[in-house]
Design a protein around this ligand. Sequence first.
Ligand SMILES: [Zn+2]
Length: 128
Amino acid sequence: MHEYSVMQQLIAALKEELKKKGIERIKEVKLEIGELTFLGKNQLSFAYEVMTKDTFLEGSELKVVTVGAEVKCDECGYQGGIEYVDDPAFHYNIPVISCPDCKNKPRIIHGKETTIVGVTALRDDQNE
Ligand SMILES: [Zn+2]
């Protein structure tokens, strides 16, 4: 599953960062994912739970926030969200990455990122 390989990298980076800061216990990790990553929130949470088991991250919670995509069109200057079409052949919504105004291919500014935006640390004297 794609979510597993993404989560594996994120946890490795997270551990590294926490080690650098001397943080040994955390309560919560906040993760932002762009809507164009097509990662499932539930799958990510599940992967996090499985992979942090028996590590110092065990018991902490992963909060996933989806960030909308934003594109910029160099042709007409459009900047904003992307459109979706309901394709009956695939039975799901696929994003159309083209400018809604001039149909040119825009640049993707946001939507593909997977970023840890915050970590809530637990102090030693806190149990919850
Ligand atoms: Zn355009």
